[in-house]
Ligand binder design. Structure first.
Ligand SMILES: Nc1nc2c(ncn2[C@@H]2O[C@H](COP(=O)(O)OP(=O)(O)OP(=O)(O)O)[C@@H](O)[C@H]2O)c(=O)[nH]1
Length: 427
């Protein structure tokens, strides 16, 4: 395990947006007075934190579904429209690559859905990738462009932030890591969704720390297999932080188990970094197709939804047990009130740079939505190691303003973080 701060100080600094000692550029994002000179500008539009436009209403129940999780033949009951039947049928829902997709009404229609057409089971695609690799960015894009998708999201953090981004067509599983004792939870969620129906393809977005094997074991178990067809495993890989990620066995496993590999942040990474990352990824999984993505764009949605080719490669050496790298901690903070700008900036800098009470820890992932004093807009942020994106959200609605933050890292001291945050929060 790397020593404290190595990632934040010695190794990462040249590449960081936030040099040591430089304040976070929060004022610029919120257009608060008093921008401090010499800071890197906030990145524009990197994170689509807003929710995708609501899609058309999901068809309601009414038709009988196939066998499986509902409790055997005849009890299933979710509507899985087959060719020529209700729910619009899917013959006319052809996805036509090449047509520019716009959010909302121009959403593309799903293709002929081989899984449903062939055997009545609902295809399910596992979307993996280490913390901050770009899973939600891709999934939000697919939701905007494709009808009939539903997403089950598993988050490691204690405050479910991602779910709010895809509300209506997504559901959060219990917090924690899906691969660690949440198999029952996953089974129950799959069964409930299957009974409820109203979707034709399920995406399962795992937490960044999930090992795919125990999840695949659930998806390939006899009861589940009758209702859902595993369409494949997609792994997203962040080339900016790959060498840091590969110290985590989960990150390696995600790459090894993938049917399709997506190298994200191609718009931000230098060409040499992309090439190096491709080499490292290829060494772990030489057979899966490898594509480059920029902000969720760069791959045919159909390929993401159905990444597994017939007769394709799959690694089935499921370890009976696995252990996460020690010391990883998720801290969720939720509280009403306003944060003074300076105090919040210092708090974030100390965490990112491993200073003061946070010197033992090393931040891997941060995300949140906060209410800074003097602003009508929430400040939203995403951090992966020291690289941060900030965005101004739409004005707060009437009513209490709730700050929500998640920090994931090694040896983070939960109590110290909580104590500091609630000390600066003004109710
Ligand atoms: N420039 C750029 N930024 C990206 C890209 N993909 C994701 N990001 C940014 O990277 C950060 C993390 O992206 P997410 O999509 O939330 O990553 P995630 O894998 O869902 O994160 P976790 O759920 O926390 O593991 C956000 O700030 C995104 O805007 C990309 O292709 N290009």
């Amino acid at each position: 395990m790397a020593g404290p701060h190595q990632g934040n100080r010695g190794v990462r600094l040249p590449e960081l947006c936030l040099p040591a000692g430089a304040p976070l550029p929060l004022r610029q994002v919120l257009e608060l007075p008093g921008v401090l000179p010499g800071l890197c500008a906030p990145r524009q539009g990197v994170r689509a934190l807003r929710r995708p436009s609501p899609g058309p209403p999901l068809p309601s129940g009414g038709e009988r579904g196939p066998r499986g999780l509902g409790g055997g033949p005849g009890e299933g009951g979710p509507p899985l429209p087959g060719p020529g039947r209700g729910g619009g049928g899917h013959r006319d829902r052809l996805h036509r690559p090449g047509h520019p997709a716009a959010p909302g009404r121009d959403r593309k229609r799903l293709g002929p859905l081989p899984g449903v057409a062939v055997d009545g089971r609902v295809p399910i695609t596992l979307i993996t990738g280490f913390l901050g690799a770009g899973k939600t960015t891709l999934v939000n894009r697919l939701l905007r462009q494709q009808e009939g998708l539903f997403v089950l999201v598993n988050e490691f953090g204690e405050v479910p932030l991602d779910q709010r981004l895809v509300e209506g067509r997504a559901e959060a599983l219990a917090e924690g890591c899906l691969c660690c004792g949440l198999e029952g939870e996953l089974l129950a969620a799959l069964a409930a969704l299957h009974r409820r129906g109203g979707f034709r393809h399920l995406l399962l977005e795992t937490s960044g720390l999930a090992h795919p094997a125990p999840i695949l074991r659930v998806l390939l178990s006899p009861g589940v297999r009758e209702a859902y067809r595993l369409a494949g495993v997609v792994a997203l890989v962040d080339p900016l932080h790959l060498d840091l990620y590969l110290a985590f066995p989960e990150a390696k496993a995600q790459i090894r188990y993938a049917d399709l590999l997506l190298l994200t942040k191609a718009d931000r990474a230098e060409p040499e970094a992309l090439e190096r990352a491709e080499e490292a990824v290829r060494a772990l999984n030489p057979l899966a197709p490898l594509r480059r993505l920029a902000k969720g764009e760069g791959v045919d949605p159909e390929e993401v939804l159905f990444p597994r080719r017939e007769g394709g490669f799959r690694l089935l050496d499921f370890p009976p047990e696995h252990a996460h790298r020690e010391g990883l901690v998720a801290v969720g903070l939720e509280g009403e009130g306003a944060l003074p700008y300076e105090a919040f900036r210092e708090f974030m800098e100390d965490l990112v740079l491993g200073r003061g009470p946070f010197r033992e820890g090393r931040l891997v992932r941060a995300k949140g939505e906060v209410n800074l004093e003097g602003s009508r807009h929430p400040l939203r942020f995403h951090g992966v190691y020291g690289l941060f994106d900030f965005e101004k959200g739409p004005p707060w609605p009437e009513g209490p303003r709730v700050n929500r933050l998640v920090f994931i890292g090694e040896n983070l001291r939960k109590e110290a973080i909580r104590e500091r945050f609630f000390r600066i929060l003004r109710p």
